[in-house]
Design a protein around this ligand. Structure first.
Ligand code: MN
Length: 454
């Protein structure tokens, strides 16, 4: 059964940057990941000696498309297909007697969250935050498990502030236990696990689906689970650290601000309180962290599965849709759509469909399939040379949107579709290109230069 540690060992050595010097856990891991990203470098960062703490910090694991694909045993080009099969052919987990995540157990007074290397990430954050915690809970009626990510602000030895502002299934569960008069919803927080479990937790699936069933298919075998010590929840046996506790239904406290995926600090919060009753962990646990804000890893982890799902729905209606990408620069609000030549109005219809399928998307741009949508510059070039704004741009005002968009008011936003395909007006201008033989000659020249350097 694969763990975070085994996954790290399976990576090529140049894909992991190990920092041996003693390092502050506040700000430095995020700042280093963001700086490398500016240099277009995306290694996993392992801080071997966090100052004042006794376990390594792993961060930036999800920053590359190649590594996400590797986590589910495929290539970036096949990520969508593998993902969709996992949604269609889930493999349920199995409960086993014990596992490494319970090698050490601290309960009650022994619980000390302060001793975990929980980081501050950005200057305006309200405090130290667990950003790579998978919250596991159960539907109070059907007992179906739910996995999701929620930010957790450290408030004391056994206390977190939590925001459930994405209003997902866990929010629903909490409302139901509150309505029936219960004082809390039991939860477990998994910190550090094989990346396929993290991807599964990001799945946008129905409330009747256990995200661990999807993880099973992604891994090719059932996920081993162990029963928690103090709550009625099962967690992945090979996790690094598990926090067992409850979210209170009768209490709200200030939480935030926190650097969100938009690239802005936001105090928008559901102001929940999570109390921890037990910490279980591996003896040699790794602490997993995630760069919040509009980092590559935050955006890729939160939208890769959704993007695959939306792409499939689009293709069901328009098989001429070739590819879909939510670019990092668009912070979950932009989408690029690659389409084959189409009938009049078809591109516009595909763009409207996209807005309907994903309310986060605010600006959607369609391009011909000679444009590489994984290259922002090529998309901008298509807008520069294939768009007449009065003919190719349309705006739909006052549509439901994501509330974290700082430019939107009252939860609604204008949607802009841009048809940057050549279209029927195109007079036949040909893109410049180099003849094939000269491209081959170029490759030969470059290969000799590499030998010279080596
Ligand atoms: Mn769910």
């Amino acid at each position: 059964m694969p763990s975070l540690g085994e996954f790290l060992h399976s990576l090529p050595s140049d894909d992991v940057l190990r920092i041996d010097r003693e390092t502050d856990t506040d700000f430095v891991p995020s700042a280093l990941a963001m700086e490398l990203e500016r240099q277009r470098r995306y290694p996993v960062l392992v801080f071997e000696r966090p100052k004042g703490f006794d376990m390594p910090v792993v961060i930036n694991l999800f920053s590359s498309r190649h590594r996400l694909a590797r986590a589910i045993g495929t290539e970036p080009e096949r990520f969508n297909d593998v993902w969709l099969r996992a949604e269609d052919e889930p493999i349920p987990p199995r409960v086993v007697a014990g596992g490494p995540c319970q090698e050490e157990i601290a309960e009650g007074d022994k619980v000390d969250l302060e001793a975990l290397p929980i980081s501050r990430h950005f200057e305006d954050d309200a405090g130290r935050y667990v950003s790579a915690g998978i919250l596991v809970c159960k539907d109070p009626d059907t007992k179906t498990r739910n996995l999701s990510f929620q930010r957790l602000q450290l408030k004391g030895a056994n206390r977190f502030g939590a925001s459930l502002h994405s209003r997902g299934h866990i929010w629903e569960h909490l409302q139901r236990v509150k309505a029936r008069g219960d004082s809390s919803l039991e939860v477990a927080v998994v910190i550090g696990a094989h990346p396929a479990l993290y991807l599964a937790a990001s799945a946008k699936v129905g409330m009747d689906v256990d995200e661990l069933d999807i993880a099973g298919c992604l891994l090719g075998h059932p996920v081993d689970l162990v029963k928690c010590q103090t709550v009625d929840i099962e967690v992945p046996a090979h996790a690094e650290i598990v926090l067992e506790g409850e979210i209170l239904t009768n209490r709200e406290e200030p939480e935030g601000p926190f650097g969100e995926y938009t690239g802005y600090s936001t105090g928008r919060s559901t102001r929940n309180v999570l109390l921890v009753k037990a910490i279980t962990r591996r003896s040699n646990a790794l602490y997993q962290d995630l760069v919040p804000g509009n980092s590559s890893e935050h955006l890729l982890l939160t939208h890769s599965a959704k993007q695959a799902h939306v792409f499939e729905r689009l293709r069901e209606v328009w098989p001429s849709v070739r590819a879909l990408r939510y670019p990092k620069s668009g912070t979950n609000f932009h989408a690029y759509l690659s389409v084959d030549q189409s009938d009049p109005g078809q591109v516009r219809h595909a763009l409207m469909l996209l807005f309907g399928l994903d309310h986060y998307i605010k600006h959607a741009i369609a391009v011909d399939d000679d444009i590489d949508i994984f290259d922002d510059e090529q998309v901008l070039w298509a807008i520069a040379t294939r768009v007449q704004a009065d003919r190719d741009v349309f705006v739909i005002p006052d549509v439901f949107c994501n509330r974290l968009d700082p430019s939107a008011e009252g939860g609604v936003s204008a949607k802009m579709g841009v048809d940057a395909t050549r279209g029927s007006h195109w007079e036949g201008a040909k893109p410049i290109r180099s003849p094939g033989w000269s491209v081959n000659e170029t490759k030969r020249i470059l290969s000799t230069m590499d030998e010279g350097i080596g």
